[in-house]
Write a protein that binds this ligand. Sequence first.
Ligand SMILES: [Mn+2]
Length: 384
Amino acid sequence: MRLLHVSDLHLGKSIHGQDLEADQRHALSQIEKEAKRGCGALIIAGDVFDRAIPPTYAIEMLSGFLERVSDAGVEIVMIPGNHDSPERLGFASGILSRKGVHIRSSYHDCGSPIFIEDGDERVQIFTLPFVEEAIVREFFPDEAIDDHSSAVGFLVDRMRDGIVDGIPSVLVAHEYTGGDVIRSESERELLLGNQGRVPSEVFGGFDYVALGHLHGPQVASREMNARYSGSILPYSFSEAEQEKSMIELNIKNGVINFGRVVIEPLRRMSVIEDSFENILSNTTYRRYADDYLSIRLTDTGLSFDIQNRLRAIFPYLMDIQMPNLIREGAIDPEIMRRALDSPRELFSLFLERFGWEGEKREMAFEVFDSARKIIQRRQRGDIQ
Ligand SMILES: [Mn+2]
């Protein structure tokens, strides 16, 4: 039997004000195609949507996707991540489950697995919706649940008791576990104010742990056979270099073999670093013209109309950084003090920073001087 594992779809997410609808459709269509190639079940390990109340296009996108995958005879096992509203995601889940679309967003069904059959092969899939320890405590008030790890541990213990011998077992969870530290900006966002890492031993006892939460594809624990599929698209510039993928599991005679299917982005996310003039003039940079782009300008001074001039070449420019400018931001305090005594000198410094010279500089001073005259006359009461 073949299973597919994906996570962190973040449908409805936008980056730097740019919505990613076309990109997400493109990624979903590749998952759909893979699922249709023959697949017992598609596992979606949380962060289906980017927020509790997603934009309507994202809901339609997911709805159509689930329908097409399900119509192809593929069962779907899905849990909410920390970005999802479990109640909203779980809408009509009882009815859908009878059709093979298992949206498991409650802690109640933690003990009972979903059995997937394909020919002679069977697999049992346990589901752990993203754990909010306060809610787990409400569900099970008599248990000693002190922190996040103990809440996860308590729920996973219940599942372990439910494992049926002789059938490969999979646990689906959306948690932070394993050796890797959080590097990605988009992950850090998700983890803000969140509980710490769960020791990987907590997930022991299953043949495979299908994880969501971290956006880079990685093995979380070899001993526990726990893996992150990673997000379906790069969702921050710190993920620009990552190749995104889905995990493929082939189960034969109870033995699991792993494969990886790459998800090609509609547009790459790239970072380039050079001076403003070089980026404008060096034509080799034109190959980034279709990418979502972050540009790091090495310049120490500002140029006129940077954003529009770059955007004319790179229409998908999302972000401009000027690290050297910030460092140079500390103007010599002596010059600053003198400048503050004389507004004209301060304005001169300002023009210098923007690289305004010659005729442009003279014109700017003309405007400046006439503005000052008006202010002075108003202060003297000459004009109202
Ligand atoms: Mn998450």
